[in-house]
Write a protein that binds this ligand. Structure first.
Ligand SMILES: [Fe+2]
Ligand SMILES: [Fe+2]
Length: 165
């Protein structure tokens, strides 16, 4: 088989709007954002900054989990005929929602609050690792249209974010 010679990739003209994101790229971007927010929480001592970060973490995680549960997980479950990854991830979401309920709207008031955020961050890290290392590669190996899925997810995310104000 002949190998294609290396030709420099042509630069496409600048787009007015960002191209639609593939589903797992969209979710990975969310994961990265939340991970950064947890890091920022760890490195600040300001109670007002902590409160802002927690509000943002809770919003991002709640919307992210809802988009996964409404759109991504059912699509992946059907495509993979999965009986394990999606149910486990859904159970983990429930635990995360419990943790969110314990801190959302509560003033950061010392070591117990910090501990809850720390545990939440570790739990999210574990959950994200399983999604990115197991679920996403398997999902990408199916015939799922990841671009179409990503477009639906982005639209839903924007809708949910707007509803939260
Ligand atoms: Fe998740
Ligand atoms: Fe996720």
């Amino acid at each position: 088989m002949a190998t294609a010679s290396k030709t420099p990739a042509k630069k496409s003209p600048a787009r007015k709007t960002a191209p639609p994101k593939e589903a797992t790229a969209l979710l990975r971007a969310d994961h990265k954002l939340v991970s950064d927010l947890f890091d920022q929480y760890e490195s600040t001592r300001s109670a007002s900054k902590k409160a802002k970060l927690v509000a943002q973490i809770c919003s991002e995680l709640t919307v992210h989990a809802q988009v996964e549960e409404e759109i991504f997980y059912p699509a992946v479950k059907a495509a993979l005929k999965d009986k394990e990854l999606v149910p486990e991830a859904t159970v983990e979401h429930a635990t995360l929602k419990d943790l969110i309920a314990q801190v959302e709207g509560v003033a950061p008031d010392g070591e117990m609050f910090d501990a809850k955020i720390k545990v939440m961050g570790e739990y999210v890290k574990h959950h994200v690792k399983e999604e990115q290392n197991e679920m996403f590669p398997k999902a990408k190996g199916t015939k799922l249209d990841m671009m179409a899925l990503g477009e639906r997810m982005l639209a839903r995310k924007q809708e949910l974010m707007a509803a939260r104000g």
